[in-house]
Ligand binder design. Structure first.
Ligand SMILES: [Zn+2]
Length: 354
C-alpha cells in the first residue's frame, strides 16, 4: 500500500477485522458482478469505495427514468441519453475510485458465454433480477468452484445467501429440493407486480458487500466462520422489521453440487425473457454484429413506420407505436410494449432482419 492508499482506507484499516493485511488482500482481489440494477449498483459502489482490486460488471440493459429511484450509480442524464447501465456504472465508479480496475460489459449472460465471462475471478456477485439467470450463475459457480453470493429483493423484502461450492448449500439445494417456501415471495413476485423499495435493496446490498469483503479480505484458506453467512439464508423486511437467518443444509442428492448436472450451463441460449420492471421482451436468439449508424439511416428512410429514432454509440432506439425497440450492436433487441414473444419476433424480423 502506498501512503495515499493508507490514508484513503484508514478508517477501514483501523477496524479490527480488516487491518492492513486485510486491506492489502482486498486491494489484490477480484470480483465479477452480474446485473447493474438496484442491488448491483449499491454493491459495486460499496466495494469500489472499500478498495476492491478489480471489478467486472455485466449488464444487458440501459438506464431509464424509472431506475433512478433505487439504482444509486445513475443520474438523470444517463436516462436521457439511454446509456447502457454497464457503461454509465463504469464511468461513475471510475470517478469514485480511480485505483480500482473497473470493466463494464454490455452483454447478456448466457450458457454460451458464462464460463468465459465469469472464470478467473475470486467471487461472483448476484445483481440479477430473475431466477433463470441465478440458476445459470449457480451452475457456473459450482462448475468453476468459485464462491458466489445470491441476493434478491422485491417490495420491502430481500434475501441473500453466501455459497461456497462444495462446502455450503448451493442455490439448487435451496430451490430445487421442494424448499421453495424458504425463498418467500421473492421467487413468485417480481418488481413488475410488487414494486420495490430502495431501502430494501440497500439493506440486502449492504449484507452482500459485507460478505464479499469478509471473503476477499480473509487470509487464504481461512474459514471465515462464524461471522460469514455461508449456508445461511438471511432475509429482512424493511416494512415489517422482520429479520431471519435460517441454516440451509446441503442436499446430498443436489442436481448441481451433488450430482454435478449443470442443466442451466449446458442449456441452449435462453430464447426470450420478459424483463423485470417493464412490459417488454428481449430477443437474443441470434448473435450478429449490427452496423447501428447504417441501420439508423435505413430506418429513417422508412420513417413512415418507424419514428423517433435515437442513437448513441452503444444502441439504437426507435418507436413503432405502440411499441418501442432498442437494438444493441451485438444484435440483441428489447421490445417494449408487449409481453408476447411472437409480436417481438415479428417486429424484429420486419425492422432488423430475419
Ligand atoms: Zn447444491
Amino acid at each position: 500500500m502506498n501512503p495515499d492508499q493508507k490514508e484513503r482506507y484508514s478508517r477501514q484499516i483501523l477496524f479490527q477485522g480488516m487491518g492492513e493485511a486485510g486491506q492489502e488482500r482486498l486491494l489484490r482481489a477480484s470480483a465479477v458482478l452480474v446485473g447493474c440494477g438496484a442491488l448491483g449498483t449499491a454493491v459495486a459502489n460499496l466495494l469500489v469505495r472499500a478498495g476492491l482490486g478489480r471489478l467486472r460488471m455485466i449488464d444487458r440493459d440501459f438506464v431509464e427514468a424509472s431506475n433512478l429511484q433505487r439504482q444509486t450509480l445513475f443520474e438523470e442524464s444517463d436516462a436521457r441519453e439511454a446509456l447502457p447501465k454497464a457503461v454509465a456504472a463504469e464511468r461513475r465508479l471510475r470517478a469514485i475510485n480511480s485505483d480500482v480496475q473497473i470493466e463494464g460489459l454490455v452483454s447478456d449472460l448466457t450458457p454460451t458465454n458464462a464460463g468465459e465471462l465469469l472464470s478467473g475471478f475470486e467471487l461472483i456477485l448476484d445483481g440479477t433480477d430473475n431466477f433463470e439467470t441465478r440458476l445459470l450463475l449457480n451452475d457456473a459457480a459450482v462448475f468453476l468452484g468459485i464462491p458466489w453470493i445470491y441476493a434478491a429483493v422485491v417490495g420491502s423484502y430481500g434475501v441473500t445467501m453466501t455459497i461456497r461450492p462444495g462446502e455450503s448449500a448451493c442455490l439448487a439445494c435451496l430451490l430445487e429440493a421442494g424448499a421453495d417456501s424458504q425463498c418467500g415471495g421473492v421467487a413468485a413476485a417480481t418488481c413488475d407486480t410488487a414494486g420495490v423499495l430502495n431501502a430494501a435493496a440497500g439493506v440486502i446490498a449492504s449484507i452482500e458487500a459485507a460478505e464479499a469483503t469478509k471473503l476477499l479480505a480473509a487470509e487464504p484458506g481461512a474459514r471465515v466462520e462464524p461471522s460469514a453467512n455461508a449456508g445461511r439464508l438471511v432475509s429482512y423486511d424493511v416494512w415489517s422489521g422482520r429479520f431471519q437467518s435460517i441454516r440451509v443444509a446441503r442436499n446430498p442428492d443436489c442436481r448441481a453440487c451433488g450430482r454435478r448436472q449443470f442443466t442451466y450451463l449446458e442449456g441452449d441460449a435462453q430464447p426470450h425473457i420478459t424483463m423485470c420492471g417493464r412490459d417488454s421482451v428481449q430477443i437474443h436468439e441470434r448473435s450478429r454484429k449490427l452496423n447501428l449508424p447504417e441501420l439508423g439511416r435505413k430506418l429513417a428512410v422508412a420513417a413512415a413506420s418507424a419514428g423517433d429514432i435515437r442513437t448513441n454509440e452503444f444502441l439504437l432506439r426507435f418507436r413503432v407505436p405502440p411499441y418501442e425497440m432498442t437494438v444493441f450492436a451485438d444484435g440483441r433487441a428489447i421490445v417494449k410494449g408487449t409481453k408476447d414473444p411472437a409480436v417481438a419476433r415479428s417486429l424484429y424480423a420486419r425492422f432488423i432482419g430475419a
